[in-house]
Ligand binder design. Sequence first.
Ligand SMILES: Cc1cc2nc3c(=O)[nH]c(=O)nc-3n(C[C@H](O)[C@H](O)[C@H](O)COP(=O)(O)OP(=O)(O)OC[C@H]3O[C@@H](n4cnc5c(N)ncnc54)[C@H](O)[C@@H]3O)c2cc1C
Length: 446
Amino acid sequence: MPTSRGEGQEDSHPTILNRGGADSGGGDAGDGGGAPRQVWVPGPVIVGAGPSGLATAACLKARGVPSLVLEKDSCVASSWRHRMYERLRLHLPRCFCELPLAPFPPGTPPYPTRDQFIAYLDDYARAFGIEPRFGARVRSAAYDASIGFWRVTVDEDTGDGATAKEFVSRWLVVATGENAEPAWPEGVEGMGEYRGVAMHTSSYKKGDEFRGKNVLVVGCGNSGMEVSLDLCNNHAKASMVVRDKLHVLPREILGISTFGLSVYLLKWLHIKQVDSLLLFFSRLILGDTEKYGLPRPKIGPLQIKSSTGKTPVLDIGALRKIKNGEIKREILQVVPAINRFTENGVEFIDGHREDFDAVIFATGYKSNVPSWLKEEEFFSHADGFPRKPFPHSWRGKNGLYAAGFTRKGLMGTSYDALRIAGDIADQWTETFSSPTSAHRSSDHGA
Ligand SMILES: Cc1cc2nc3c(=O)[nH]c(=O)nc-3n(C[C@H](O)[C@H](O)[C@H](O)COP(=O)(O)OP(=O)(O)OC[C@H]3O[C@@H](n4cnc5c(N)ncnc54)[C@H](O)[C@@H]3O)c2cc1C
């Protein structure tokens, strides 16, 4: 299990230079009058202790650079611990989900379970000696051009109320995730009127509490499909709103993971040719999905993924349930698909009403970067992602970096972590090998 930051650990943290005793409780280093206490950090500040933050900290450590990881929750991998349903397995084979410098332990199945992945991340943090500062929610981060450093303001939960602190560093790594917050559909009225259960998939744990219930799942990406399947397996009556056309692919083709096959084929063939092959095999294995109310877009699955980031659904059994009617579809192409909630269910856009005991929104997630990062050149304020797509999404200006915003899952995380660590390590070595710049740097930290 990960360790919560214990008493006194902050004083022994190798990356923190206390400024005037500020961080050791010896008074404010700010200008008094309620200014946050200030802590100068020699290495980079990494925001988020999910896979991306951990991978970046590990790669930095391997290059001899200490870092400070700030995590709002009380554990590493909090998204996986608190927001993923119990039946979840990695969607992609483990070889595409390993973080740099540490493979999964022997005996891990090809598609690790959620718990196995969490255990892997716990071990990973331990192996690299990564001790995030827990309960540290970054409220704002801004570049101070007058000193050439980032000022990162944190609300820290100390147990007896939140206190503000300011960490000052030359480098800021944003690793708060593409999926930081649940996304709810806009424009659905009457939710307050509804007397049933309305929840997001991030709060869904398992289907047994819905046994015998009539449940509507809104959204049919990987999460919507899997939750519907889990509900059926737990004898709930699941209906699914299918708003858009979508690609459903088998998880494996001829015993090889569809993802792995695509990665391999893309080395030799054009993306359109790979898409044609995937669709040919999908039709052979899954049949014509349109017949079951799941029409495919005209553009192929990999082309859509590459241009919009939208992931095709990898079927792990939901399609069979849809085929034999165990999952009922509400095929509504018009947005928003649900017009309004009623007291006992929903009214759909076509006017028909149906009663549901529960409505589960599988409507995805969004980045929370715009809520705290005071920077708009590298990160877009509209969606909280870097403006430049992969492979240029990892580095901004003035020591700003993004880890895990590639729309390429954990493979993208590894790519970012290695590049960010290499880039910062080069600057670190340069700074500390030159006596003048080392002196300058310690001036800031003294
Ligand atoms: C259901 C689901 C299944 C997935 N399956 C796969 C898969 O099989 N393979 C794959 O490659 N990818 C998968 N992904 C995509 C992605 O790899 C994971 O979401 C992964 O957890 C991303 O890691 P991350 O560290 O970038 O973000 P996160 O895991 O979300 O970690 C971000 C961390 O930042 C912290 N944080 C956020 N805001 C602040 C703040 N202001 N201050 C301090 N801390 C903050 C959070 O508490 C969190 O701990 C899946 C995603 C989902 C939603």
